[in-house]
Design a protein around this ligand. Structure first.
Ligand SMILES: CC(C)(COP(=O)(O)OP(=O)(O)OC[C@H]1O[C@@H](n2cnc3c(N)ncnc32)[C@H](O)[C@@H]1OP(=O)(O)O)[C@@H](O)C(=O)NCCC(=O)NCCS
Length: 173
């Protein structure tokens, strides 16, 4: 029997850093991590949309600490907000060295995906209703992040970014 399940985009993905993933300093290459993050984020977006999704953009990502050969990567992804045909996915990444017991946050990022129908045309996505206090903060910030990435992508005029502009005038200055 086919039932309608509640939307849960939460996705956890693990990877082991192997020699082919590293540079000559035995550190994980940034591009490989971005690739794994793209997969985890796409799974999360697909869970929310029940559709094929494509990556529309990746916000700026910085790498705080090198991740070493043999470390275990944990990537946590969840949809932070749904717009009309696109969703924003929030990612948190940790690197764990199992023998030493250390686990450090590597980075955070936002990826945007667009849902497509069977003919490759954009299609509306289900609404996301934030539940926890943390989800609400992510949800509210998503509007400003969207405006910034659309401006940078040449898809929005800075003057139309009402919520983003409001950040600069919060204290009535
Ligand atoms: C993403 C893509 C479908 C958008 O197509 P488009 O013709 O620009 O479509 P629209 O202008 O109607 O925008 C559709 C949605 O994409 C969003 N979008 C477009 N460009 C974006 C960008 N640079 N960053 C974030 N979102 C973007 C729009 O905001 C819109 O979302 P909304 O409906 O929720 O408001 C199209 O550019 C594409 O197919 N890109 C290639 C995707 C791909 O192959 N990714 C893998 C990389 S190799």
């Amino acid at each position: 029997m086919k039932g309608k399940l509640p939307k849960d985009s939460h996705t956890i993905m693990n990877e082991l850093v192997l020699p082919n993933d590293t540079n000559t300093l035995n550190n994980l290459m940034g591009g490989r991590l971005l690739h794994w993050m793209d997969i985890a984020a796409a799974i999360s977006a697909q869970k929310h949309c029940n559709r094929i999704v494509v990556t529309a953009s990746v916000d700026n990502v910085s790498f705080k600490n090198p991740i070493k050969l043999g470390d275990v990567i944990t990537i946590e992804a969840k949809v932070s907000r749904a717009f009309t045909t696109s969703v924003e996915v929030r990612l948190d990444v940790w690197a764990e060295n199992i023998p030493s017991g250390s686990k450090v946050k590597s980075n955070e990022a936002y990826y945007t995906f667009v849902a497509l129908d069977q003919n490759g045309r954009t299609i509306p996505v289900p609404e996301l209703i934030p539940e926890t206090a943390e989800d609400i903060i992510l949800y509210e910030g998503a509007l400003r992040r969207r405006q910034l990435r659309l401006i940078l992508g040449g898809k929005m005029k800075p003057n139309d970014a009402t919520e983003l502009k409001a950040l600069f005038f919060e204290h009535g200055e």
